[in-house]
Design a protein around this ligand. Structure first.
Ligand code: HEM
Length: 371
């Protein structure tokens, strides 16, 4: 417990369980947006490059459609990332602030990398309109986004290693630590980044249901979406097992000893297999405009992300618990009036954000040229 800074003397203004629920709900929304952004950017870039080389109009059109949606998705990534960050700081501030300081240079750089990637994605959408090449721009944006994801994975892992903090600070106090040799970092990062392609597959399946699309383009989007969902969910299953197996032995034992965490992982495993099956089903029925596989894939995909969020939460609590940090032991002084007011505003804000997203996706620009 010595490595943790002193606890804040101000008690929490709401129960720990409420902060936990809010943290997990908002993080699930953030991860959903992150998956669509990373997977969407990868596909838009890849299809822009391939489409230009082969002159395949269908690839160029699909790439342009995705490129148009990306700036909106980035706005969701950012706005849905702030709430879980605030809740994580409330619950785990003493661990998270310390790791953020140790990799401070990269943590601050996230802002600049994000602004640059966001700017590039706007440019990509513009160039898609005018028929100019933008694959090379996509590659730059992708490199920046992947790096941001890597910094996040590093920070969320380093916050779980209080035994390493003092030595790291002594060896270099400038905040320039990254990839500190922890074996869990690479699989954890790959899980999020490669898994994004599978989740973007669900996005393609949904896009393929848009009314007014040319039949072959719609079937192409649904078919590719299903295949990507199946293949990359399989990759994700392998990576999830590696994430678990690379945890320290005591953490694995702690997770295994808890019926709740075991059930969460079991349910995640089932949902992942259901996604593989739904992807195959979606690909096989791509020629027809069938809502069932698409709606099911979207619902199961969301549940799958939520279960992963709960499992990560388990890894964090078990790991920190082994170092003497019990998140449930915080002093609480609940101000219920504020809590109720907050919850009303929270539900209204989530509803409004969902509605705005729907309007943005359904909107048909005056000069729309893509699928
Ligand atoms: C391009 C932008 C972003 C990418 C690619 C990204 C990616 C990620 C990834 C990969 C993780 C999981 C790390 C892990 O556990 O392995 C993560 C977690 C997280 N991200 Fe983002 N993120 C982005 C932007 C943001 C922004 C702008 C915020 C907040 C302002 C944010 C807040 C969070 C929080 C709070 C967590 C983890 C919380 C927790 O573990 O409780 N992210 N993000």
């Amino acid at each position: 417990m010595d490595s943790f800074p002193q606890v804040d003397p101000i008690p929490l203004p709401a129960p720990v369980w409420l902060f936990k629920v809010l943290q997990c709900v908002t993080l699930t929304l953030h991860f959903t947006a992150v998956h669509f952004m990373v997977g969407g950017l990868l596909l838009a870039t890849w299809w822009a490059i391939r489409g230009r080389r082969s002159g395949d109009e269908r690839l160029l059109s699909a790439s342009g459609t995705i490129a148009h949606l990306l700036p909106v998705v980035v706005a969701y990534v950012i706005n849905l990332g702030i709430p879980p960050l605030l809740f994580a700081q409330v619950l785990y501030g003493r661990a998270l602030y310390t790791s953020s300081i140790l990799l401070g240079v990269f943590w601050i750089m996230v802002i600049f990398m994000l602004v640059a990637a966001y700017f590039i994605m706007y440019k990509m959408a513009k160039r898609a309109d005018t028929g100019l090449a933008y694959g090379w721009m996509g590659l730059i944006a992708l490199a920046l986004i992947l790096k941001i994801g890597f910094v996040y994975t590093n920070n969320m892992t380093l916050m779980l290693r209080p035994d390493a903090w003092v030595e790291m600070y002594r060896s270099n106090p400038t905040g320039a630590h990254l990839a500190h040799g922890d074996p869990t970092i690479l699989p954890r990062w790959l899980y999020m980044m490669l898994g994004s392609v599978g989740m973007a597959g669900i996005g393609l399946m949904l896009l393929g249901m848009k009314p007014g699309l040319e039949k072959s383009t719609a079937a192409f989007l649904r078919g590719r979406g299903g295949i990507l969902l199946s293949v990359f969910t399989l990759v994700q299953i392998v990576l999830a097992v590696i994430v678990y197996r690379t945890q320290p032995e005591a953490v694995r034992a702690g997770i295994f000893a808890s019926l709740y965490y075991k059930s969460v992982f079991g349910a995640w495993f089932l949902s992942a297999h259901a996604l593989v099956a739904l992807g195959v089903f979606g690909a096989l029925s791509a020629a027809r405009r069938a809502w069932l596989p698409v709606a099911l894939a979207a619902a199961v995909g969301f549940v799958n992300i939520a279960l992963w969020v709960l499992f990560r939460d388990g890894i964090r609590d078990v790991t920190l618990g082994l170092h003497g940090y019990d998140v449930w032991a915080r002093a609480v002084y609940t101000n219920w009036l504020n809590v109720i007011l907050f919850l009303i505003l929270f539900v209204a804000a989530v509803g409004l954000s969902g509605w705005m997203g729907l309007v943005a996706v359904q909107a048909k620009g005056a000069d729309e040229q893509h699928a």
